[in-house]
Write a protein that binds this ligand. Sequence first.
Ligand SMILES: [Zn+2]
Length: 256
Amino acid sequence: MDCYNCGATLNRKTRSAEHILPRSIGGKRIAYNLLCKSCNEQFGRTIDNELASRLTRFYTLLNSGEPVLPATNVSGNRKDGKIALHEKFIARVKKNRSFAGSKDYFRAIAKICLNYYLSKGYPKQYCETIKAFIRSGTPDNIFQYYAPESVSIHQLSENEVSHVLHIHGNKQSGLLYAYIELFNMQNLIFIFSMEYDERDIDVTWCRDVITNADLTKDVQLHLTREQLEHPGMSSADMEERLFPRFERLLRIIQGR
Ligand SMILES: [Zn+2]
């Protein structure tokens, strides 16, 4: 087994406990066969930290406990059941109707998708493009927000807040991609390959962020090559459609 980032052989000394979903947003599941210690630490300091600086607050607010990671620029407390210490950040998102930050944020989300895919033992040869993106942020045409207007991808219960990961691979279409939702409001597609030629994959993992339990989830997502290559609307417009989901999350937090 080798580190998927640097290729170093993983043994008892070099392997690391990589959280498939970052601990900062409630991830508990660990895999030892993904990254070496050095790469794990490097990603932790950079891209994972960037993701935590945006998202940890929601995990903390939902669980009304102490922050799971003492991230330097995140303080997660509630005052009188209201969001108290994240007002600046939340006001900015509301003003811009956008969550998007640096490329590092998206690299960290891509890493979650790749972690999940590789932890399931699926073929590694289709991961070069997404690996390159995780390493360097290019090519950046492999991901897009995904928020179809009238299509329901899965059933979301009334006060559910969850992370959803879905991998779809189809030999006939040649498509291999991941769909991810974080807190049901950062919904993205990451393309792994357009030349997939192995057995079909349709696998979903859903983690309830409030109960910290896995949920059974049926994801209905059948994207065509055309949709992946030509999304039909800009990423900014697509993201705008996610804004009501961000508002939904705030409502749930305030109701707790
Ligand atoms: Zn490594």
